[in-house]
Design a protein around this ligand. Sequence first.
Ligand code: AMP
Ligand code: GLY
Length: 427
Amino acid sequence: MKYTILLIGGGGREHAIAQSISQSPRCEKLYVAPGNAGTKGIAFNIALDTTNFKTVHEFCTSYHIDWIVVGPELPLVQGIYDYFKDTEIDVIGPSQAAAALEGSKSFAKEFMATMDIPTARYQTFTQETLSDGIKYLESHPTPIVLKADGLAAGKGVLILEDRQEAIDELKLMLGGKFGEASQTVVVEQFLSGIEFSVFVATDGTDSVLLPEAKDYKRIGEGDTGLNTGGMGAVSPVPFFDASLQEKVNKRIIEPTLRGLQKHDLDYTGFIFIGLIMVDGDPYVIEYNCRMGDPETEVVFPRIESDVIDLFEAMVNKTIKSHTIAIKEDAAVTVFSVSGGYPGKYTKGIAMTIPDHPESCHYYHAGTQAIDDTIVTNGGRVIAATAFAADIPTAMRRAQEAASLIRFEGQYYRKDIGMDLLQYLPRA
Ligand code: AMP
Ligand code: GLY
């Protein structure tokens, strides 16, 4: 059977997912809402208010949509899966209750505690328990991690060196610094180690492991400066060896799936598990209820098998007997961002993007096609992904590919992947 698909989102992640879907002979037609200048070439971009599920439903009925594939977390946390549950249309994404693994950090921590999943020690506080929170912080080792419970556009995590500063921030957060998102605050033990992420496609009972990745969140080289939506990513992660993989499977992925059953959480989608390796052992930093961006721009192109077969196995709950083929090649992506990002920046700047250099692919994010010109339309503009037999070659190619893109104010990090070189076998 062939499928007509609506993909929700308009970033580099969605361009990469759209690319994989559009390559499948089982794709009848692909719509992307809203999409970007990159998805325009391979799918039909449509303007839809994707937080208005009634409008989405009307569109799906008129255009005979079989599946809705959801890129970002917001529609999932708002319950798009549940809205379509009793319709003919299948949503690839978790139920609202399951999306709380991302939408509520305190829920995720409780979930991990009941399943004995390794994660940083924590306590949760609200305005009512502020005085307990202050007492707790007074004897807490530093640095101290404070997390707004709800979605805060990637800004809700503070790492503080000073106890008094942490107490002041706790008061500010509970007083509404991040609006409703920080009415509950999770105070966490700081973990020191190297971060990486694993991704599984699940039908709620079983899962398939996708390629792992490491992303680079800070604006500056050497991981300095402000946090961003992601400046680059690498897959595979060279220290994710068989022994670490076994630990992640047994201690994290398997109990997470058992936890979904135990808590009766309906899940047809991707689980993105943000991990940190401390003394060789993996700990969960966070769950996300979707794929990552920019991780998808290195993970999806490494999936060799048909992604529609994978989506079908998720929807039909046959993941147990499903396997995927993964390309041996390494992938590195380097994001070009607007001048000023993650602070103030200007949109609408004309760009020139060359044809894909050999073994490279440009995934559009903040771009827009206006007639025959492409202009910038966001902070993170375009991801240059390169493939090669080894990480250093892919790194070099991705840098070259990024350097060929031109727009005023363009900035990209020159050190994506550098910290991983120490884990590679010496030539
Ligand atoms: P989160 O939104 O929970 O992923 O947190 C954002 C970032 O803050 C993570 O990617 C980590 O770099 C950092 N972080 C979060 N929790 C911790 C922790 N317990 N220890 C050290 N760093 C953390
Ligand atoms: N790259 C981190 C995220 O997608 O949340």
